[in-house]
Design a protein around this ligand. Structure first.
Ligand code: TMP
Length: 252
């Protein structure tokens, strides 16, 4: 698994290794969890395995409706083969219901439905704590062109509509999520595709009946049962049968 391939980049939750062919990478999902710009850290046994599988499931379905993304195929429990992209240094956040930093910033109670979906951008920079930016900053500093931003916005709306329905179908409310995009080059032409991951690490997912949180807020807010909740998301999506028995049977 690790060791045989050259490490290209190590982030907080994933490692990228060189891929078997030019233009590909291997994305390895760690069990590490961080919050508040890595001030809070833990190892959550099995998280990487579950997120690898959930992200595969979601990316595959998004590709099937024409949302192009970096996923090629899953290689094993913790690794997936992806297309190499030039990451656009933005965290694109889409919100349907008030929660988290939006609730704090604007004083809107968590759980309040938003009048419409709201898309926000943060500049991906750990030293600065991923500050929120506007389209003006993005184009002025050449993080993305106006055309790329248009594509990013259109794709984000499609991801939101699709994921909202996907999760609603299994009794889960998609409160908000964060996605990232990258460029792939075809000759001189650059195209923007969806990259990174989509998992309970990067979404807020609430049970539609009980309101129970089934996402990384369980870790951020010390609510306990983090892995059990991620497992519940996977179970509802119908992908638990692919999990190793140690996770299927519960880790405790
Ligand atoms: P926020 O309310 O803390 O700004 O988070 C909005 C969404 O983005 C939520 O689904 C969690 C996700 N998120 C990440 O994936 N990575 C991050 O570093 C942060 C701060 C949020």
């Amino acid at each position: 698994m690790t060791g045989r391939k050259k490490k290209i980049y190590e982030g907080k939750a994933k490692i990228l290794y060189e891929g078997p062919e030019p233009g590909t990478l291997i994305q390895y999902f760690k069990d590490d969890a961080t919050a508040f710009n890595a001030q809070k850290k833990a190892v959550l046994e099995g998280k990487g395995v579950i997120n690898n599988r959930i992200s595969e499931f979601v990316m595959t379905r998004l590709a099937a409706i024409g949302v192009q993304n970096h996923f090629i195929r899953r290689l094993n429990l913790r690794e997936q083969l992806i297309r190499e992209v030039e990451i656009i240094p933005l965290e694109v956040i889409c919100r349907n219901v008030a929660a988290g930093s939006l609730s704090q910033r604007l004083g809107i109670e968590e759980g309040t439905p938003l009048p419409r979906s709201i898309i926000e951008f943060c500049y991906k920079n750990d030293e600065l704590g991923d500050p929120m930016v506007t389209e003006e900053h993005i184009t002025a500093f050449n993080w993305a062109t106006t055309q790329e931003l248009d594509d990013i916005l259109a794709m984000t709306v499609r991801v939101n509509d699709f994921l909202t329905g996907l999760f609603a179908g299994v009794g889960i409310m998609l409160v908000d999520f964060k996605i990232e995009f990258g460029r792939v080059y075809e000759g001189d032409f650059a195209r923007v595709i969806l990259a990174d991951e989509i998992s309970p690490d990067s979404c807020r997912l609430w049970d539609m009946v009980s309101g129970e949180k089934l996402d990384k807020d369980r870790f951020r807010r010390d609510l306990g049962n983090v892995i059990e909740s991620y497992t519940e998301v996977a179970r509802r999506l119908g992908i638990m049968k692919d999990m190793p028995t140690v996770i299927q049977g519960g880790l405790h």
